[in-house]
Design a protein. Sequence first.
Length: 188
Amino acid sequence: MATAKKATQRQGFKTNEFVVYPAHGVGQISSIEEQEVAGHTLELFVISFQQDKLILRVPVSKIVAAGMRKLADTTTVEKSLKTVQGRARVKRTMWSRRAQEYEAKINSGDLISIAEVVRDLFRSENQPEQSYSERQLYEAALDRMAREISAVNKISLTEAVVLIEKNLAKGPRRGAAADEEGSEEKAA
């Protein structure tokens, strides 16, 4: 492998910067290197995903097609937190179809779409139990959302999860307000 002068910036991305790679979530560009593959010299972003212990090499020419992007701005983070406060929108289609749609939203890398999945699959203490696959998708979406919020707001992953859960509790018919409404219905 012949490595030429190491670049520190390509197409607006620079080393040590956090980025979002749709299929894996938030990663950090550790370097930009050149590698010779099948007689061709390729320039690659080396992205490490600390939590998954994964290192990904993405050709610079493929980042647009792959959907790699910079972290969301604080306005988008606020909008995503407002999104989880909304009313869950659950379509009356078969679970397998909805699961595919949720999976596509999670892998889109779009913070608002991921927030919609978190909102739609969230269950408070007083709601019925989730199926295993629902819980898996919810946890995947929550993890992706928390990782990006953690990187944007420069807080720990745990603090990001707490922040998301606080906003989920503000949603309609959840938490204390839902308990009061439930007791009023029983009394009537």
